[in-house]
Design a binder for this molecule. Sequence first.
Ligand code: FES
Length: 151
Amino acid sequence: MKDENFTRLVKELQRKIDYEEEKTYSKTVINEYRNPNHFGILENPDATAKIKGSCGDTMKFSLKINNGIIKKVNFWTDGCGATIAAGNKLCKIILGKKIREAHKINNEKLIDALDGLPKEHNHCALLAVETFHKTIKNYIKLKKINGENLQ
Ligand code: FES
């Protein structure tokens, strides 16, 4: 196959992939998935947690907390694009918030912030929320602070 034919084929394939993606996911999901600026693991975090979701994929959160405020947050996952979008959006929502406020995030709120997810990917957002909640639980345990009001 000549080079220009191959290039044309790749472009055509990419167009088809983009078209399918745009039919399935909101613009917000696609944007978060393509630009996951919170992807990674923080060095010397104040709290971390890792959870394996119902699909077998894993997510990890790492947080830097100062005076009860989330100063830095990253996530890592080996999951699908919807999970990357959910993890990144969740990081943006909680960054700069007090732990108590940030902890109010739930699956429904995260899906709303993503402008929806296909039903079969709701568990991907749940994985992000549960991993974040576990990270806070670990922080409370580690710092031996009273977390009663967080629930
Ligand atoms: Fe496993 Fe999305 S996290 S399918």
